[in-house]
Design a protein around this ligand. Structure first.
Ligand code: GMT
Length: 373
């Protein structure tokens, strides 16, 4: 199959999932064309049947806002014709599903019927898409996609709740390449970060307000009082500075490392003992899955799709949003009980394996076949 994947190129979960999906589809013999305003960060090499097409938006003084959707839909039309693309798979409704709909209509005039598969990722529904400025366009784009998928049951439910959607929504959960993580786990260089008697606690996110990074810092300060530990903060975003300041105020600065954006996330998770994910909302929580496949248990909030990924008392713990007391007491109990920690690490890995790429990507292929039929 010749598939165009439209996504955001950044470290955000939707871009990561879209890129990993494209790489896996290419491994399975499909021709994949990524379309974005920059080469996706997880797309390291462009070889054989993987291609990248950059969306250019020419600047013109009249435009206060650059018309990205227009440029994207025009590029999609040209690409479909030139490369005989058979299907468009767009990740994140805004504005990708909308641009794909426009491309589909333009291609119809040229006698080409191209199916559009839209994958909803979370913030396009629960945070941004819900805004009255976008809602009619998002509703329209979802209803006019040929196939719609959501990354969790919870997101499917929210979509029906927030929008007047009369389309079937298929749940295809996010996935992980277990084999690749197994290879990384062979050389976990834990000693470079902490001494043997210290626990390593990690947080991975884009440091947006929805991630509640201050809850991570507050929880760590409580944990640090009881057990020797280091906190590794991975990622960057608007709340990084305030988190750094809070670490100084709490006197824990020497035990916290802020890595910023890094490609070494899997290596860091490999030597972590625990992931803290106190998000306000999370349609899935890819960071939790990435931790679990590295045999790292997760303490997260119980919102959105997180309970579908992190199983309370088995792969980690779930707490209410903002409840740093419970979060830190679960962490202290877990990290001070070696046998429990080992058992939870094993459970986390085993549960992550149920989201293996080999199991999930065929679900997308089956939907592509349905769309083409
Ligand atoms: O979480 C973010 O801010 C990034 C966002 C994105 O769209 O890139 O992540 C969303 O999609 C991920 C991949 O499907 C999910 O794992 C995240 O849970 C989801 N984020 C939210 O729902 C807040």
């Amino acid at each position: 199959m010749k598939i165009a994947i439209v996504c955001y190129p950044t470290y955000g979960g939707s871009g990561v999932v879209a890129t990993e999906l494209g790489i896996s589809l290419a491994d399975r013999g499909h021709e994949v064309h990524f379309v974005s305003y920059k080469q996706p960060v997880r797309l390291q090499s462009l070889a054989g049947n993987i291609h990248f097409h950059e969306v250019h938006v020419p600047k013109y003084p009249l435009f206060h806002f650059q018309p990205y959707e227009l440029a994207l839909s025009s590029l999609l039309v040209e690409m479909v014709k030139l490369h005989q693309i058979e299907l468009l798979h767009v990740h994140y409704a805004i504005p990708h599903a909308y641009a794909a709909y426009m491309a589909k209509q333009m291609l119809k005039e040229a006698g080409i019927d191209i199916p559009v598969v839209t994958t909803l990722h979370g913030s396009d529904i629960t945070l941004v898409g819900n805004h009255p400025f976008y809602k009619p366009a998002v509703t329209f784009s979802i209803n006019n996609s040929d196939i719609v998928t959501a990354v969790s049951n919870n997101l499917r439910h929210d979509t029906f709740n927030f929008f007047d959607v009369h389309k079937e929504i298929h749940v295809v959960p996010n996935f992980i390449n277990v084999k690749r993580y197994d290879e990384i786990r062979v050389n976990c260089e834990r000693s470079s970060v902490a001494s043997d008697d210290e626990c390593i606690i990690t947080h991975v996110s884009n440091f947006r307000p929805v991630k509640r990074v201050l809850d991570v810092v507050e929880s760590f300060a409580r944990i640090r009082k009881e057990i020797p530990a280091k906190l590794l903060m991975v990622g960057d975003g608007p709340d990084r500075m305030v988190a750094e300041e809070r670490c100084r105020d709490l006197g824990i600065w020497d035990d916290v490392v802020f890595y910023g954006k890094t490609d070494a996330v899997s290596k860091i998770l490999c030597f972590s003992d625990l992931l803290l994910l106190p998000s306000q909302t999370e349609s899935f929580g890819l960071a939790a899955l990435e931790a679990m496949v590295a045999a790292t248990p997760v303490i997260s909030t119980n919102t959105g799709g997180l309970p579908e990924v992190n199983i309370h008392g088995e792969t980690g713990y779930l707490t209410d949003v903002g409840d740093v007391e419970t979060m830190s007491s679960h962490a202290i109990n877990l990290l001070s009980d070696k046998a429990l920690l080992i058992a939870m690490k094993e459970n986390a890995y085993a549960h992550a394996c149920t989201f293996d790429v080999e199991k999930i990507v065929p679900e997308y292929e089956a939907l592509y076949k349905k769309a083409l039929a």
